[in-house]
Design a protein. Structure first.
Lengths: 675, 829
């Protein structure tokens, strides 16, 4: 596999923000997830939970609630605005002031004709969903106290609203409140504090389920307003509720980080009439508040303050154990936040609000494999570049010579010229940018730094020529397919001849840069590409998909891959090549990096996949018969980037999860046994 | 049958916590398996009422007969199921199954069927068990063979808590290892649910017990890591679901739903009864400080009483969930008996390790624990794997004025902690009071400790592995307050480790065994008198002969040698190759009992050192080594002239088997006597029959009567004649032997009227009537000619009114006399 000098980088203080809201679209099987910083992520649950799209956040935007209406995604937040997102251009399409103060929640009816929002001033406002817009329709009876949560009865005639100390049931046609369900306060000291009904669920049999700040999950009869059952589940708050599609199960997320399942079960096995809600399982996958929750067909999806998304499969829905029935935790974004200048040995880290440029450390020591070398020069932070404006950075790029730096937000693209001589660094903003370059989904420099490529709307790529002082628009590359989906991956070949761009429709287009023309379209595979790269010498393209399939184009790998490889649960996010050894491809995901040696045969199902240990124990003669193409290294964990520099040293950017956890606020206090 | 005359018997000290007890329907009695019998206790007074004897091996289960709540089934390892009438301790039927039975389950729905756990037929020796259903045949015979077994579940756990009947007996749930199996009788189908071992995550998911909700389809299972899982929807392979409750930090030993299913009770090593509210699992109540780990929980059928069995051989009865109302304490058998068996000279009680850190005083005659003496005086922490102080040695002086105890804490890797405590008997408080504590009396473990039996001095000798023996004396009597103990002499012999010591009967000689060498010392001058040695083999046990044999010293060595030295000649008198594990002298005679272990079982020899032939020998007494035995002096001497049983005349030999069963030897005559005395005690009103009650209750009753008579002279007059024996009899006679109701009705109603005659007259009538009845009994069948009196049927002047001819009257009387004699004959047998 070869030996490398490794830069083990741990100074990227990447900090994901807390998950605030979640909405699952059962039709398209997409999960929309809103974070505290106002960004929205779309996960494709049919494609190995791949993070398909990211809509960058904005300082003034806060999202409290998300809601799908068909394929359209709406959000509402404490800034009092309702926004619809443009999922093709990854930006808000429009936003609308609701004039009701901060908005706590937004829901739609099952008929997809109306939206309802709950406002701080105690109104429930109904909006009509039009073709391209939404329009205010009317208010329901105004209440005293804020509306925290809403749930629409599946028939569309009633809305349950969770408020302070009570739940109201509204009749939608008349707009009057028909029921008033009083929620008890907590015990002891919290008696004086108002109970916040954080979440309600209106079931089709007119049962209302509520979760409140006193730690109760309560079941009410919506017709009579009678309390049917109280489950005291936590000392703290019940923050989120979600109902399964067949309404046989309700999950509740609490401040203690637990997700508690309730099932609608008959007390006796043979007579299935008098069912009741019984507390059954408890899942504990979070350390902090579970703020967002969705129960989908086969799994429970939860997220919260501890920033990671957990997909907990319901094992009874699976016939046998498979990789789909394993617990999945998604910590890192499925895209690159690190760009590496291979020639210059610089690293660019992308944060939502800033960019950091670091120079790697240097060492001239030698040692045995596994040793730590002494540093001659420490890694150094050269530059901290704060973005302008409210919009968060959505992508960034560093040219391989280290002379150019570019980033883009939703509203603008900025390109900087970097000059480093020894210890002095100067940065100049390129002032005149072509008009066509307004925003980009992806940025990429050619290997000789003479061109920059920016992925623009409708899968088109702008080609910008860079000279010492200015940049000039050259051409727009357009795909033939007419796809409107955004490009999320882009790569160029070393010789500067080819550019490959992949979009969310799973299409990969290869452009000839000399002719500035579409060269070909790679055969569409059913899963989204998660990483790709073009080989420096052979110009073969290697593509890794979200379902862990690995293709090399021009010579298509026909043989099936090993199951151990296919069953990994985090997508490969980066592909790079070893310029010295053309047979070696370097891939990495969150938990490992892997060098694929194309000169060796692929492992078949019977061979041992992780064979380094056995190889070491074998003699020189036996070794070749056991070799296979995949060499896995798990020494480094929680990887954000693995890249090979031109000087044959490997850069490994780690972000230990413990470091993220330690930066989170303290969780709620819980009495732990024996403490 | 001379051989059979001496019998080994379980006398007292049997395990009452072995199986789950049963509380009867009226909550008056508690039945529990105790050794080879079933004991019946009163729940209100915790007093032993009687026992159900008949099984010839360990009783392994007791359940109420679901079709008759006055009957109880018991099963035993002897392969029989017996049906008893527990109120009168009558064996009704014996069903012979033919396999050792480990537990029994019954359900109301399955009438006439009992479910038993027996070893798998093909693997009799192995550890595989199956649950079988047995149809109990209807037959008039006392002993019935029931060999039609039909297997229900294979490979079940023999532990009785590992299976439970579900709602209305529709299914049975059984757990073993990591698997729960539910068998539905209607569909004849079973579902299995497995858990992962969970070892990786630090959980121990193995099942320990199971209990089914009586009204709903919910199964509660207990687990080794203290979790309780509530299973629902278990008639499906995949869509089943469970919720988890977790409070216990140790394994859940037992689970029990209350009869209405509103509560779930659980218990474990924490010795806290946890009381979960069904459907509101967050709410739970606790009953803490129950003393020892809970092993079983039983609930009375009306739910008013709970009983918890504990690992220290105790049953606690709990009233209305919160109040401990009674404690039935058996002989505490902790982890081991380190102190040996000792007889307290004062109370004649058996003294041994009791609760952790305690000594228990157990009355052998009454089979009752007298009290516990807290030796360690530290809080015991109910958790496994902790090193805590334990009492390892105890000794009484000859008069019972002093008690010496040694406690030690064995810590892995750390220094050994030893305390020697001396306790003085306080006559006022009737208990022992701590006098002196010596911390670290020796550097190493103490191997033996004895008081000098001489009446002049109170001296204590301890031997230890540190190579010394020490003599302790009560110092300084002159002080106003009592003296304290101090070390008087430290002795040793060539740095050898002393293993045992013994005083001669008069206290003039002390022998200490230093490995192969026996040294004899004079305690008066601490002079080494002589050394005796008989290699090879270290001396394991030493004892002096008594009375006429006091010139002999006996020693048992590890190399299968029993030696007897004559102390006058200082030479070996005799020796014999025996692997003696224990030597025990009878304090009241010359007899010495030697327990030998041979090929996995123990033999007993009782002999006099001066005589070549043993008085008594018994081969293969029990399996395993006998480590603890004691001669308990009798209250009354037996006067047996039989040569073989003479050694039992003065004292009784008790010993502990490997499995901690307390056994003793008994003769036929003695058993007969005991049986007779127990018969005497039986009184028909069996609730709360304590000797105390008999004494006080009678007295009080009389007093009450007197008082009533004094304060209210009219009381007797206003008393209704329901109390009349004749009426009672009429009501109790079976209907089919009585004349028709219409015939009796008028008479009966009239008899209920208050008679106008004076009270005294009535009394006379009654008396007369009783007398007459006696006569009637004697002259059975004779028609009574004295018809004129007719006292039984009320006042004569009223009786005359109905149109009853004399012939009819006679007929009626005949019926009555006949009937009564029949009843009385039944009562007699």
């Amino acid at each position: 596999m070869g030996e490398f000098k490794v830069h083990r980088v741990r100074f990227f203080d990447y900090m994901p923000t807390a998950i605030r809201a979640m909405a699952f679209n059962a039709h398209t099987e997409r999960l929309a997830l809103a974070r505290m910083d106002g960004s929205v992520e779309i996960f494709n649950f049919t494609d190995h939970y791949f993070q398909e799209k990211v809509i960058p956040g904005k300082d003034s935007r806060s999202i409290e609630s998300l809601c799908w209406v068909g394929g359209r995604l709406f959000s509402a937040g404490l800034n009092g605005e309702i926004a619809e997102f443009d999922l093709e251009n990854l930006r808000p399409k429009y936003s609308l002031e609701a004039y009701g103060g901060p908005i706590w929640t937004i829901i739609s009816n099952t008929q997809r004709t109306q939206l309802a929002i709950g406002c701080e001033d105690g109104t429930v406002k109904l909006f009509e969903v039009l073709e391209e817009h939404i329009q205010f329709e009317r208010n329901l009876d105004r209440q005293k106290g804020r509306i925290i949560s809403l749930s629409w009865h599946p028939s569309g005639t009633h809305i349950a609203a969770g408020m302070m100390d009570m739940i109201r049931v509204f009749d939608v046609p008349t707009g009057h409140a028909v029921q008033r369900l009083l929620v008890d306060r907590g015990f002891g000291g919290s008696k004086s504090r108002e109970t916040v009904v954080w979440s309600v669920a209106f079931l089709s049999d007119h049962t209302v389920v509520s979760g409140d700040s006193a730690g109760k999950v309560q079941v009410w009869d919506g017709h009579t307003g009678a309390l049917v059952k109280t489950h005291l589940v936590t000392k703290w708050d019940v923050l989120a509720l979600s109902v399964s599609k067949d309404e046989s199960s309700v999950v509740a997320g609490t401040s203690e980080g637990t997700v508690i399942q309730f099932q609608f079960i008959a007390p006796t096995l043979h007579q299935q009439q008098d069912k009741e809600w019984v507390r059954t399982r408890t899942f504990k996958n979070h350390t902090h508040d579970v703020r967002a929750l969705a129960e989908i067909e086969t799994a429970i999806v939860s997220g919260g303050m501890d920033t990671h998304l957990v997909v907990r499969p319901l094992l009874e829905k699976f016939d046998e154990k498979s990789h789909a029935s394993g617990l999945r935790k998604i910590h890192f974004p499925h895209r690159n936040l690190v760009s590496c200048a291979k020639k210059a040995g610089l690293l660019l880290f992308q944060f939502p609000g800033q960019l950091e440029l670091w120079r790697l450390g240097d060492s001239d020591g030698h040692g045995k494999p596994g040793d730590r070398l002494p540093l001659k020069r420490k890694p150094e932070k050269l530059l901290l570049l704060k973005r302008k404006g409210e919009d968060h950075i959505c992508c960034s790029a560093l040219s391989s010579c280290g002379g150019w730096l570019a980033y883009s937000t939703v509203s603008c693209v900025r390109i900087y010229r970097l000059q480093t001589d020894n210890n002095n660094i100067s940065i100049t903003k390129v002032s005149k940018l072509p008009k066509a370059l307004r925003s980009a989904h992806q940025l990429c420099f050619s290997s000789d730094s003479s061109k920059m490529f920016a992925a623009s709307s409708q899968s088109s790529v702008l080609v910008i020529a860079l000279t010492q002082s200015e940049c000039k628009y050259v051409h727009t590359l357009k795909p033939k397919s007419g796809s409107r989906q955004p490009i999320h991956l882009m790569t160029t070949s070393v010789d500067g001849k080819w550019l490959a761009a992949a979009n969310s429709d799973c299409e990969i287009h290869v452009y000839n840069l000399q002719k500035l023309k579409l060269h070909c379209m790679v055969p569409v595979y059913g899963s989204c590409p998660s990483a790709m790269g073009i080989h420096p010498t052979t110009n073969n393209m290697t593509v890794v998909h979200a379902d862990q399939q690995l293709f090399e184009y021009s010579i298509v790998e026909k043989q099936g891959l090993h199951n151990v490889w296919l069953d990994r649960d985090t997508p490969v996010t980066h592909v790079t090549f070893n310029p010295k050894n053309p047979n070696q491809v370097v891939l990495h995901d969150m938990h490992m990096f892997c060098i694929i040696d194309q000169s060796l045969p692929l492992p078949d199902q019977k061979t041992q996949f992780y064979n380094q240990m056995t190889l070491r124990s074998l003699s020189e003669q036996e070794r070749p018969s056991h070799l296979h193409a995949f060499k896995i290294c798990k020494t480094f964990q929680d990887l954000l980037c693995v890249s090979l520099l031109d000087d044959q040293s490997l850069v490994v950017v780690e972000r230990p999860l413990l470091a993220i956890t330690s930066q989170l606020p303290a969780p709620v206090r819980q009495k732990k046994f024996a403490t | 049958m001379v051989e059979m005359e001496i019998r080994m018997v379980h006398r007292g000290g049997s395990k009452i916590n072995f199986r789950e007890p049963v509380i009867t329907h009226d909550s008056r009695f508690l039945l529990c398996a105790a050794g080879e019998s079933v004991n019946v206790y009163s729940t209100s007074t915790e007093e032993y009422v009687h026992d159900l004897q008949g099984h010839t091996d360990l009783v392994t289960g007791v359940v109420l007969n679901p079709s008759n709540h006055l009957q109880v089934y018991s099963c035993s390892a002897d392969g029989t199921v017996r049906l008893w009438d527990f109120t009168d301790a009558i064996l009704i039927k014996t069903f012979i199954i033919g396999y050792p039975i480990y537990s029994i389950y019954v359900s109301e729905k399955h009438g006439g069927v009992v479910f038993l756990v027996v070893p798998m037929a093909n693997y009799k020796s192995s550890e595989l068990f199956q649950l079988v259903a047995v149809h109990l045949p209807h037959s008039g015979d006392q002993e019935v063979e029931a060999r039609e077994l039909s297997a229900v579940l294979c490979d079940v756990s023999p532990h009785p808590g590992a299976a439970s009947f579900g709602r209305e007996g529709e299914y049975i749930a059984a757990v073993k290892g990591l698997q729960l199996e539910v068998f539905f009788f209607k569909k004849q189908k079973s579902y299995r649910f497995s858990l992962k071992s969970g070892m990786k995550k630090g959980a121990k998911n193995a099942f320990t017990c199971v209990s089914c909700h009586p009204k709903e389809d919910c199964i509660a299972t207990g687990h080794e890591d203290g979790k309780i899982r509530m299973w629902r929807n278990f008639n499906q392979k995949k869509e089943y679901t469970y919720s988890t409750l977790h409070w216990h930090h140790g394994a859940v030993n037992t689970l029990c739903f209350t009869p209405e299913g509103t509560n779930l009770l659980s218990g474990g090593i924490e010795s806290v009864l946890v009381h979960w509210h069904y459907t509101q699992e967050n709410q739970k109540d606790f009953l803490p400080r129950l003393g020892a780990a809970i092993t079983h929980i039983a609930v009375s059928p009306d739910g008013s009483l709970f009983s918890t069995s504990h690992s220290d051989n105790k049953i606690t009865i709990i009233q209305s969930c919160v109040k401990v109302s009674a404690v039935i304490q058996g002989l505490v058998k902790g982890d081991g008996v380190w102190t040996n068996l000792i007889i307290d000279p004062r109370s004649k009680a058996l003294v041994l390790n009791g609760k952790p850190g305690h000594l228990q005083f157990y009355s052998l005659h009454r089979d009752k624990q007298l009290y516990n003496l807290d030796i360690v005086q530290q809080e015991y922490i109910h958790e496994e794997g902790l090193d805590q102080f334990e009492v390892v040695k105890a000794a009484f002086d000859a008069r019972g004025d002093w008690l010496a105890t040694v406690e030690e804490r064995r810590k892995k890797g750390a220094e050994l902690e030893i305390n020697l405590k001396l306790w003085a008997y306080d006559k006022l408080t009737q208990s022992f009071v701590l006098n002196t504590t010596v911390t670290t009396p020796h550097e190493d473990r103490i191997t033996a400790m004895f008081f000098s039996p001489s009446p002049e001095t109170t001296m204590l000798v301890t031997t230890s592995l540190d190579g010394h023996f020490k003599a302790w004396l009560l110092a300084d009597h002159s002080d106003a307050n009592e003296g304290f103990w101090a070390c008087d002499f430290v002795g040793g012999y060539h740095l050898l480790k002393p293993g045992c010591c013994s005083f001669s009967a008069d206290g003039s000689l002390l022998s200490v065994g230093f490995q192969e060498v026996v040294t004899v010392w004079s305690p008066a001058s601490w002079e080494l008198l002589t050394t005796l040695s008989q290699p090879p083999g270290a001396i394991r046990d030493l004892c002096f002969g008594r009375l006429s044999c006091s010139k002999y010293l006996l020693g048992a060595s590890t190399k299968n040698q029993l030696c007897c030295w004559n102390l006058l000649t200082c030479s070996l008198e005799w020796s014999t190759p025996m692997d003696v594990s224990l030597l025990q002298t009878d304090p009241l005679s010359e007899n010495i009992a030697a327990f030998c272990s041979q090929s996995g079982s123990s033999d007993l020899f009782v002999f006099k050192p001066s005589e070549p032939r043993p008085l008594y020998s018994q081969k293969a007494l029990c399996t395993g080594k006998v480590q603890h035995a004691v001669f308990a002096p009798r209250d009354q001497m037996l006067e047996s002239c039989e040569e073989r049983t003479q050694w039992l005349n003065r004292s009784q030999l008790y010993f502990f088997t490997q499995h901690m069963d307390l056994l003793t030897f008994s003769t036929k005559t003695e058993e007969d006597r005991l049986l007779a005395s127990s018969k005497q005690l039986m009184v028909d009103d069996s609730v709360a029959v304590t000797p105390f009650y008999l004494l006080l209750g009678k007295h009080r009753g009389q007093q009450l009567e007197k008082q009533e008579a004094l304060t209210n002279p009219m009381a007797e007059r206003t008393q209704l004649p329901q109390g009349s024996i004749a009426i009672k009899e009429l009501l109790h006679t079976p209907a089919h032997v009585l004349p028709s109701a219409s015939f009796l009705c008028a008479m009966f109603v009239r008899s209920l009227l208050i008679s106008s005659s004076s009270a005294r007259e009535e009394k006379e009538h009654e008396e007369g009537e009783m007398e007459r009845e006696k006569e009637e009994e004697d002259s059975e069948g004779e028609a009574d000619p004295r018809l004129g009196e007719s006292a039984a049927w009320g006042p004569p002047e009223e009786f005359g009114a109905p149109a009853l001819t004399k012939a009819q009257e006679r007929e009626l009387r005949k019926v009555k006399t006949f009937d009564h004699s029949w009843l009385s004959s039944l009562l007699d047998c």
